[in-house]
Design a protein around this ligand. Structure first.
Ligand code: TXA
Ligand code: MG
Length: 363
């Protein structure tokens, strides 16, 4: 089991298959029940789970991820019964969202029950809860018999993991077990909606879009805008989550947003400037930009193709792999092509690109 205070622990890595599914899940559930930590795939990103009701177990998540204390974790549940244990005064609108989107990529912030320790909720009186649409975490929660505190399974400040290899790179010898269940399905973290305020506030965009939520519950307010706190919820989230930042590769990321003509033109100009300055540049590109005659020189750069402009779901799945891939190459700058369609998961994709970047051009 995991030693205290960041000491090295031996990490078991399980490659899960149909044949060994039961045995792996039983072992993983036993680790959770004994207060240990297990990383596993979900449909959004890999999560690092521990018994969310056991403060000692939850502390191990903070230590393994080097997550700043006070940043609230969310809980994964397997059933409405689990939900009733951890949350109270659940508004009727929240139940409607569960009916529409659970199991799935939607975290719902609710008033917490006293059974949820302060370390799990970052000292807040509310808690984010999600029922994942993936049989590994669902079975793990069920067999462990407790809701799992489960943030993304990356070191704090790194992109969320979309493959077990990302988890291994960040957390080997820091967690008790890692379940390798292959690539995730969506690739970006869940949508987060705060149902403790009225109108409910969108705290993080994800695969479930603001418009999808509004069809079910009516008006949803943006949780934040242009760095301005708009509501109590926005203030809370600023304190609770956003101030810590996310998705920041070590290499400086320059994002170019805009149209299908203007973005490639701007990127070509930037490349000239950076080359003259002697900067080592890598590129994250749409397939369309990469295929333009002006990008014949692409072979002389490090680059990673995110996918077609009109299929943001492909890029969503590849983004964190792309950021990690570029981050390993000892570059000075990563230039990211932001000419994706905002349809479907496109808004969330652009949100993550913005969060990853420190310089932004809109052209
Ligand atoms: O898709 C996901 O949600 C993944 C997978 C593993 O389930 N998990 C994940 O966890 O992204 P994490 O901890 O990285 O993000 C949870 C988000 C954070 O932005 C956190 O600040 C917010 O939910 N959150 C949790 N409880 C909250 C609360 N009481 N009030 C406001 N925000 C809260
Ligand atoms: Mg995270």
């Amino acid at each position: 089991m995991q030693a205290e205070n960041g000491n090295k622990v031996e990490t078991l890595v399980f490659r899960v298959s149909e044949e060994n599914f039961d045995a792996v899940l039983d072992k993983a559930a036993a680790i959770i029940r004994s207060g240990g930590t297990v990383a596993f795939p979900t449909e959004t990103v890999y999560g690092l789970g521990a018994d969310g009701l056991n403060p000692d177990a939850v502390l191990k998540i903070f230590e393994a991820k080097e997550r700043p204390p006070g940043n609230p974790l969310s809980l994964l549940v397997h059933s409405r019964e689990d939900l009733g244990k951890v949350a109270r005064n659940i508004p009727e609108k929240a139940f409607r969202l569960m009916d529409a989107f659970w199991p799935g990529p939607l975290t719902i912030v609710l008033e917490k029950n006293d059974i949820v320790p302060a370390i799990t909720s970052g000292n807040l009186q509310s808690i984010g809860v999600r029922m994942p649409d993936h049989k590994i975490p669902l079975e793990l929660v069920k067999r462990a018999g407790t809701p799992l505190a489960a943030p993304s399974a990356n070191l704090s400040g790194k992109p969320s993991p979309s493959f077990a290899s990302h988890v291994i790179a960040d957390l080997i010898d820091r967690v008790d077990a890692i379940i390798d269940g292959g690539e995730v399905i969506i690739g970006l973290e869940s949508t987060v909606i705060d149902m403790t305020v009225e109108p409910p506030a969108l705290l993080r965009p994800g695969a479930v879009r603001s418009g999808d939520l509004e069809k079910i519950i009516g008006k949803v307010q943006p949780g934040y805008k242009d760095g301005e706190a708009r509501t109590d919820a926005a203030l809370l989230e600023k304190r609770a989550g956003q101030k810590y930042g996310h998705y920041t590769p070590d290499t400086k990321v320059v994002l170019v947003e805009g149209g299908s003509k203007s973005v490639p033109e701007k990127i070509v100009k930037l490349l000239e400037i950076y080359r003259n300055e002697g900067q080592k540049v890598g590129l994250l590109l749409t397939e369309e930009t990469a295929g333009l005659p002006a990008f014949k020189m692409l072979g002389t750069y490090e680059y990673f193709l995110l996918g077609p402009r009109e299929e943001p779901e492909v890029a969503a799945r590849k983004l964190f792999e792309g950021l990690r891939n570029m981050d390993r190459r000892g570059l000075d700058i990563i230039v990211a092509d932001g000419s994706f369609s905002h349809s479907g998961i496109g808004d969330a994709l652009i949100n993550r690109l913005r969060e990853a970047s420190s310089v932004k051009f809109v052209v």
